[in-house]
Design a protein around this ligand. Sequence first.
Ligand SMILES: O=C(O)CCC(=O)C(=O)O
Ligand SMILES: [Fe+2]
Length: 338
Amino acid sequence: MTNEEGETSQFYICDCFTTDNIFLNDYKLHVSFVTEQQFRLDYETILRRSGCVTEQQFEDVLNKISQEVDRRKHLRETSVQRAATIKEQYQPLHPHVYNLQESYLAPKFKEIVDYCRSRNTREEGLLDLLVEEAARVYRFPVFEKRFCEELLEELEHFEQSSAPKGRPNTMNRYGILLNEIGFDKNFITPLREQYLHPLTSLLYPDCGGHCLDSHKAFVVKYDLNEDLDLSYHYDNAEVTLNVALGKDFTEGNLYFGDMRQVPLGMTECSEVEHRVSEGLLHRGQHMHGALPISSGQRWNLIIWMRASQERNKLCPMCNRKPTLVKEDGFADGFTKSC
Ligand SMILES: O=C(O)CCC(=O)C(=O)O
Ligand SMILES: [Fe+2]
């Protein structure tokens, strides 16, 4: 039996969600907060170096953290409420975009998926169909351009409506959470299971790409009057797909550094351009960020794909064995079974 979002199992979050990876936008810093004493010990020096020098500035940081922890503690319940209100009140402009059709997909993408479906192990032939832009970062066409336009029209229509809006995370202030507006069951889940899974199985078997069983999907939006760029980070995902949907924009390239926990600057970064209708597939733990756009507006579809088999061993956000807390929906992709 599956529920409305299309999940078949009970999923969990790790309890580090309320203590770890809290992003301080003013100082572009991710922090953990358990007690004030621990926080001062771990971050006072680095915060001071980043310009947080007065006691008042430090107080402001503590207040922001406390607000964020509160927001996270109530996140699931507010999200369920928002989804119910959206379902009741929001009238889609293009209802058909919520149901994935083969005709939305680029022919080249279908060719790549067919190639993967017919093979159990990676052969060099696959790398002739994809472009490897940086270490294990692959580019390929995903959608037809016409579909990207319609999807964007739908998302803008939603943005302009009076429906309540949940934002993807503290780093993206203007995105849209796709599960809340009803994209999971008939669009993102079939896209992940039927099309992306054959590909990730061959490309990332070592990072859970062969056993992805949930996701978090959202849209990020950059505009000259809103967010311009995205700080360096890793995703709460085993494998991520990032598809540029439009509109017209200049710059805003992604950049990739090393895998987790190597400070930027000690490592060479590779810049990768976004091209409308094309996707970039990468390991979730591959550190990356987005450079500022210099004109226009950029919308990208982001699918953080999770493999419970991998994350149940080690939570990618706190690097410890996860302490499970039950939640609705796909939660953060942890399960109890394996
Ligand atoms: O703006 C982008 O293209 C990157 C977005 C991203 O990395 C994320 O949301 O995790
Ligand atoms: Fe990311």
